[in-house]
Structures are given as structure tokens and as C-alpha cells.
Design a protein around this ligand. Structure first.
Ligand SMILES: NC(=O)c1ccc[n+]([C@@H]2O[C@H](COP(=O)([O-])OP(=O)(O)OC[C@H]3O[C@@H](n4cnc5c(N)ncnc54)[C@H](OP(=O)(O)O)[C@@H]3O)[C@@H](O)[C@H]2O)c1
Length: 275
């Protein structure tokens, strides 16, 4: 990275759930200096409350916010991206890096609405970014180079892990790792419910379920071992785990999860076109 992030000016347009998670993390970690950050939201009262909470300039004026920005982080809903780009296009140059986290919005859609060869990186983070355990897929548009991907990677590595993918796979990233936390919470909640059914207090059951899921995921990430091998290691012949697995197979857990990700992926391609 030629220029350090701390020296760069960042504009976050659409500081809602996700934009807020990212901006809070950047400020907490000192990744960007508060004086170099401007942010926007739709409603004036929200802007005032956020400005007070975060100690940065927050307004409802996108065009003003991007004035002099090195990086513009687009955190608005997919259907709003077009209107926001129309507003800010006159202020952006080939030196401004635009990073969009909007699901379903291709880099070409953004490039066509900007003037000149503005570099665009598309990113798909997820909400565990809020505790530094996020997973983000990024890809670059036609005018973005390796240095732009590197800048984006540094911004998403600050809240978890980052993987570079081809743009054709971005809806799949959305269906798997951006929607994924919701699927994981349902599994976790069900395990906790099961714990209650077999006699555990709810708080203990939830702790056991959450730490078990975290532990299993950590083993996969740290060893790189195939999940099937790790599952086999837990499964003693004629023991209790194999009886549980039989129930999961009868209940079609695998195929249900696969279908959930397939559905979410195909839905991810439709969002932009809805008003
Ligand atoms: N949530 C996720 O897990 C997740 C994961 C990956 C990607 N994303 C993407 O992140 C984007 C935002 O999602 P979200 O869940 O964070 O939604 P959200 O909480 O509704 O945030 C959207 C924000 O945009 C603001 N806004 C609306 N119109 C605006 C305008 N014209 N100019 C400036 N700001 C405007 C809203 O302002 P007010 O607060 O005043 O209403 C709000 O703060 C979406 O494109 C989504 O696809 C979300």
C-alpha cells in the first residue's frame, strides 16, 4: 500500500448496520483518523446521534461527504446505490477508490454511473465483523488494480478474514458467508434448545452450543483438516455420536443447508432490481 490508511480520507455513505460495524471498528483500531472520516445516513436525527457517538462528521449530504475523500465506502441498500452514485459522480476522480458492500450490485453498474476510470472494489462482509470475526469476499472492477484490492483487504482484515474471488462468485459469497451467520444462529439456537430438552439450564445450554460451534470452526481453520475427517474422529464405533448423526441424516440436515445457500445465492442476484 503506497499510502497508509491513517493518512487517507474515508467517506462512509450509508452508515447503517454494516457501515456502522465497519466504521466503529476502524475508529476503535485507529485505522483511520477521526478528522479524516466523514459519514452519511438518510435521516438528520440519526446523523446527529452518530456524530455524537463516533466523534466524526456525520451528515445527510453525500456529495459534501465525498469531497476530498480517498476512499468512498458505499454502505447503502442495493436499491439506493444508483441514486447515491448520481449524487456523488461529479466529485469522484480516478484517484478515488470506491468500495461497495451492496449485495447484488456489480462493479460494472457502479462504473457506468461514474465519470472516468474510477477504481471500484466490490466487497461482501458479514455481521460477525462486529467482534473482529468477520468473513469478507472481495473482487475488483475493471479500473481497480492490485493496490486497490490491497487497500480493501486491509480494511476488511481489520474486522476478520478476507478472500479475493472472481466477481462471478460474489452472489455465492453472499449466500454462504453473508447470509451464513443467520443459518448458524438457527443451528446454534436449536442445539441450545436440545440442551434444554435433555435437562440443561438454558444459559448453560447456549454456552455449550456456542463454544462447541466456535471450537469446531476453529479446528477447521487452524488445522485445515477436512470436516469429514474431524467428524470421524469424534464418532466412536457404536458410541452415542453415530446415533445422533443418524438422526441428522434422516432429518436431511445436509441437503437442507445446501438448499438454503443455493436459494440465498440466487436471491442475492435479484436485490438490485427491486424498488
Ligand atoms: N447486514 C448485513 O449482514 C450485510 C452483509 C453484507 C452486506 N450488506 C450490505 O450492506 C448494505 C447495508 O445493509 P445494512 O444491513 O447495513 O442496512 P441498513 O442498516 O438499513 O443501512 C443502510 C443505511 O443507509 C442509509 N441511507 C439510506 N438512504 C441513504 C442515502 N440516500 N444517502 C446516505 N445514506 C442513506 C440509512 O440511513 P438511516 O439510518 O438514516 O435510515 C442507513 O443508515 C446493503 O447494501 C447490504 O446488501 C449487509
Amino acid at each position: 500500500m503506497e499510502q497508509k490508511l491513517t493518512d487517507m480520507r474515508l467517506a462512509v455513505l450509508g452508515t447503517g448496520k454494516l457501515g456502522g460495524i465497519l466504521l466503529r471498528a476502524y475508529l476503535k483500531q485507529g485505522l483511520f483518523a477521526p478528522k479524516n472520516v466523514s459519514a452519511t445516513v438518510k435521516r438528520g436525527e440519526k446523523a446527529a446521534a452518530l456524530a455524537k457517538e463516533l466523534g466524526v462528521a456525520v451528515t445527510t449530504e453525500n456529495r459534501k461527504a465525498v469531497q476530498g475523500a480517498d476512499i468512498v465506502l458505499l454502505g447503502v441498500k442495493p436499491q439506493v446505490v444508483g441514486d447515491v452514485l448520481k449524487e456523488i459522480a461529479p466529485k469522484l476522480t480516478a484517484k478515488t477508490l470506491v468500495i461497495s458492500v451492496a449485495a447484488s450490485v456489480p462493479t460494472s453498474y457502479i462504473e457506468q454511473r461514474l465519470r472516468g476510470k474510477v477504481p471500484v472494489v466490490r466487497a461482501m462482509p458479514n455481521t460477525p465483523s462486529t467482534v473482529g470475526c468477520g468473513m469478507t469476499g472481495i473482487c475488483r472492477g475493471a479500473h481497480a488494480g492490485a493496490e486497490h484490492l490491497e487497500t480493501a483487504r486491509a480494511m476488511f482484515d481489520a474486522v476478520g478474514r478476507t478472500v479475493v474471488v472472481d466477481e462471478k462468485n460474489m452472489d455465492a459469497v453472499t449466500g454462504l458467508s453473508a447470509s451464513g451467520p443467520a443459518f448458524a444462529y438457527i443451528i446454534l439456537e436449536s442445539l441450545a434448545e436440545a440442551g434444554v430438552k435433555v435437562g440443561l439450564p438454558r444459559d448453560v445450554a447456549t454456552l455449550l452450543a456456542a463454544q462447541t460451534m466456535k471450537g469446531a470452526a476453529s479446528v477447521v481453520l487452524e488445522t485445515g483438516d477436512h470436516p469429514a475427517l474431524l467428524k470421524d474422529a469424534v464418532t466412536t464405533p457404536a458410541g452415542c455420536t453415530i446415533d445422533g448423526i443418524l438422526e441428522l441424516e434422516e432429518g436431511k440436515l445436509r441437503v437442507t443447508l445446501i438448499k438454503a445457500v443455493v436459494k440465498a445465492t440466487s436471491r442475492a442476484g435479484e436485490l438490485l432490481f427491486e424498488k
